[in-house]
Design a protein around this ligand. Sequence first.
Ligand code: FES
Length: 106
Amino acid sequence: MAEGSWIAACQVDDIDPEDVVPFEHEGTDYAIYRSPADEFYATAGHCTHERELLCNGLVMDNIIECPKHNGRFDYATGEARGAPAIDDLQTYPVKVENGTVYLGIG
Ligand code: FES
């Protein structure tokens, strides 16, 4: 991926371990996750079931549980892991440099 396509999204300290925060860029919503092992991931901001915002969901290990109907996804791979979520989530590359979290969405 070209260097110019990384977008600064937030600071590392903006996300607690095992939590998720929202990020909006050019009208598109994203969700940024910090795993219990201090790794960072990003997915589309909306659930693939009925488009609920995932930033309001519950992070458990490597799973995000949607707050609306409790559908589950692996936020590292985007794989749908629990009904009623069937379609996988889009995932995005993430890198951390000097305490800033960048998404590969540009
Ligand atoms: S909107 Fe997410 S499980 Fe239904």
